[in-house]
Write a protein that binds this ligand. Structure first.
Ligand SMILES: [Zn+2]
Length: 463
């Protein structure tokens, strides 16, 4: 228990540093906002407070999928779950072994396993594009040597092969041994991209002799279900409100982290950015500071082949053109909301429980300050890949818009209710009110174990 507390303390320290870095990066706009936040918070209008979603009630509900319940694949084996993390995510062995899925006290992978649900955790590039992450995820699950494809690698000017070979979390993986994919935040985009690669492959890559088999596509049936958790499936309007954009924010956060780690002596606990494709190997004897300063100079940031671009509405909508909703897969969207609605204006105000560094990022500032996610609108659709940003986009979880979490715009989405019939090719969206972007994977003190157990149970019942 003492060890758990120590880990948790260290973990929250790192989270705070990360959050602090995020907030600092917005200072050119936010400094002004910070000085008015307190006053604004005190003087804000009355808000409607929806109760926090009770996971206990959720846990007690029973799922009766209309199709006959089945816990096994056609060949009699249990269908495993694979977790994929979001931006700045980390693997099970990084950050002193703290768990992205569960935090300091809980280990959701092991909890699900001990309840009879085989579960694996992947560890893809924390700042890489969803294309690169999907390729990595394929080899991490199936096994083999990472190959980003010649056409893609030439286009963006990075290495096609980086000498990374994986034994495979589930080498049996094929249409007779399917998997359930669960992704948090940007991880939801990654798993959707992987599904696109499995089913469609890549026209341009397969025209090249010697291409990797992944680009042939024709792998329908390999994925039983997709679950996106707090995923900005159509991007986040945070990009529109930041001024300097998410790419610069992410780059600056990475470099700030290195500086902070250097001054605080936590150099060894931080992780690898896994961008060897950009020629960025971390020398075992190299300080984290030197490593990240090197990353700051990378041409990655000037490309559109990195994660932050995919989080913008424009980037996400481009991704959605490829990663379309498959009629052969079950889809679930677990959506989070950590804001209260203003009764007069409809603006969305952060709840006090929201992860503190996120509050100034999304706060609905009144004119003459530039608006935040909670009240940003833009009727110029052509500026946002055809998307009009209106009040639907205001509710958020501190980083992403709740509306965008419900599935890609244009997909068939329905609200999930227990006991309803579940069909392939339709997104089933469920709202978790009072949970912010980090609560929902167990990175805070909220215990989300019942949610994951119930969801694993639901997945196990899908035909
Ligand atoms: Zn790439």
């Amino acid at each position: 228990m003492k060890k758990s507390i120590l880990r948790y303390t260290q973990f929250m320290g790192i989270c705070t540093l990360l959050g602090f870095s995020f907030s600092c990066q917005k200072k050119e706009i936010i400094e002004e906002k910070f000085s008015t936040t307190t006053a604004s918070t005190e003087q804000k209008e009355a808000v409607k407070v929806d109760p926090t979603t009770s996971l206990r009630a959720y846990s007690a509900s029973s799922f009766a999928v209309v199709n006959k319940a089945s816990t096994v694949a056609a060949n009699g084996t249990k269908i495993p779950i694979v977790f994929t993390q979001g931006l700045f995510g980390f693997g099970r062995e990084e950050l002193l072994g703290l768990k992205y899925w569960g935090g300091g006290f809980k280990d959701l992978q092991e909890i699900l396993k001990s309840n009879g649900y085989p579960t694996y955790t992947s560890n893809v590039g924390p700042i890489s594009s969803n294309y690169d992450r999907a390729i990595e995820l394929f080899y991490q699950i199936k096994g083999g040597s990472v190959d980003y494809g010649k056409a893609h690698s030439d286009k963006f000017g990075h290495l096609q092969k980086v000498g990374k070979t994986y034994p495979g979390l589930y080498p049996e993986w094929d249409k007779n041994h399917p998997i359930h994919l669960i992704g948090h935040s940007m991880g939801g985009q990654t798993i959707r991209y992987l599904l696109g690669l499995l089913e469609k492959g890549s026209v341009i890559e397969r025209s090249i002799d010697g291409h990797a088999p992944i680009f042939d596509g024709n792998r329908k049936g390999w994925v039983k279900s997709i679950t996106t958790i707090s995923t900005p499936n159509s991007g986040t309007s945070l990009e529109n409100t930041l001024g300097t954009g998410i790419v610069k924010l992410v780059k600056d956060v990475a470099i700030s982290l290195a500086n902070l780690s250097n001054t605080t002596g936590i150099d060894k606990v931080l992780y690898n950015f896994d961008i060897e494709q950009w020629g960025m190997n971390r020398d075992p004897n190299e300080s984290f500071l030197s490593y990240v300063n090197k990353i700051g100079q990378s041409k990655l940031w000037a490309s559109q082949d990195e994660g932050a671009y995919d989080l913008s509405i424009k980037g996400a909508m481009e991704l959605n053109e490829f990663a379309t909703t498959s009629p052969d897969v079950y889809y679930f969207a677990l959506c989070t909301k950590a804001t209260n609605t203003g009764i007069l204006t409809g603006w969305e105000y952060p709840k006090l429980t929201m992860f503190a560094p996120c509050i100034p990022l999304v706060y609905p500032y009144a004119w003459p300050l530039p608006p935040g996610v909670g009240n940003y609108t833009n009727s110029n659709a052509s500026a946002n890949a055809g998307v009009i940003i209106d009040k639907k986009w205001w509710a958020n979880d501190g980083l992403a818009n709740t509306y965008s979490m419900r599935g890609p715009i244009g997909s068939k989405t329905v609200d999930y209710t227990p006991n309803m019939s579940i069909e392939k090719g339709t997104w089933y969206a469920e709202l978790f009110n009072g949970y912010d972007h980090f609560d929902i994977v167990g990175l805070t003190i909220k215990d989300v174990t019942p949610l994951y157990l119930e969801h694993a149970k639901l997945l196990s019942q899908l035909q």
